[in-house]
Design a protein around this ligand. Sequence first.
Ligand code: NOJ
Length: 487
Amino acid sequence: MLTAVLLIVSLTARHTFSLEWKFPNDFKLGVATASYQIEGAWNTDGRGASIWDTFTHNRSVLIKDGSNGDVACNSYYKWEEDVEMAKNLGVDSYRISLSWSRILPDGTTRKINQPGVDFYNRLINKLLENDIEPIVTLYHWDLPQKFSAWGGWTNPAVINYFAHYARTAFGLFGDRVRTWITLNEPRLICQAYKGLVGDVTSDFPLGTSEYMCAHNLLKAHAEAYHIYDKEFRRTQKGKISITLDFTWTEPANSSNPDDVRAANQNIQFDFGIYANPIMKFDYPKVVIDRVAQRSRLENFPESRLPKFTLAEKLRIKGTYDYIGINHYITLYGRSSPEPPISDPHIDLDAAGERFSNPNWEGCAAYWIKIVPWGLRNLLKWIKNTYRNPEILITENGYANAGDELEDDGRIRYYRSYLNATLQAILEDGVNVKGYLAWSIMDNFEWTHGYTLKFGLYHVNFTDPNRTRTPRKSVEYFKNVTRTRTVG
Ligand code: NOJ
């Protein structure tokens, strides 16, 4: 008996002491991009227009520098150089997104645009030749323009068109793609850029279209998942899921139950609204109850949050092989008095107050502060809330405003967040399977145009050649991939 106890103690001790502060061998260390932000060639070789082409062309005043993604990093032509950069970084994975309207110009499968297919084939093949795994997002916000007039994602008709597009993409590329992401950051699709969802929806009353959009996106995701599962998984043997953005909300005072409740409520409205139907069942109860209650007081005939049928709940439940997380923001959350009934808004439904700490180190993107424990806490929260799923960190990154190449802030950022990831894996037992840095190079940062630069590589956007130059952080990241430590 005593010998057995001693043996166990010594095995445990050995295990503890030999624990290396290193990323496990099968952990993906990569970089991320998205089609509209890097490709350019917006009207080349048969590509159809997307809502971002139309928006940036027609409403350039809403883009900080009046710019657009017409050329962006010109990666439609410079893809070989991009792969070389990835190779130089030593990454084992590279996240891209497919431009739906480059493959299906009007969004429907009536016509497949071969040059667009050829482009992605060349890129995927080149990555594989270099031992870099392509991680492919089907939808990173560039909805084919044709759907805009229908109300974009607020129209349930788009669900099936997305499903057909997904099937086409699995058929065309799935023999070489092992990791699929259906949708990138649905919350942003429905809230931040809701004017872009369709021409019509910008006129919809607040607090309604967000939920209609979320509802349809969840169904679209589930359809794509089931198509993969039924028609492709057996032969292609990949994994498929969704990427959700996660703003970690820490209770301002964790011994005050009201603050704890307020923080959790914010997490449920941001994240649970998408994660719960997929990883548990239906929308979170607090979301269902609060929207119903406020809708009643606002005189709506029924809740502004649409309801799933039982069949729909069951169809959405379990549609994940891992969970993709984009993380940039940590905030404190505290309780506040119930907002008065006025015009509806999702923020009023979520209630509570959120704020940042002015002492946290920031960067050029006002919403990004260096708060690595926020990432660690959210990873633990996912583990505990959803029964320890596989997690892929599909984005995390830092922005500069100028052209400096000495980006020590970015190095501090990556080192601290990679370390938080290691702590979550090695100390908290969270099942994190990979970390993709946003981004390999500066690119079109949506309404911020080219004013925010997220790249490990600097891109010169005034040079027709779109010359890429490594920042200091490239050396840092190379060291991470070589040693598999945080350096
Ligand atoms: C998340 C989005 O997915 C990506 O497109 C964007 O550039 C980064 N956040 C940085 O804001």
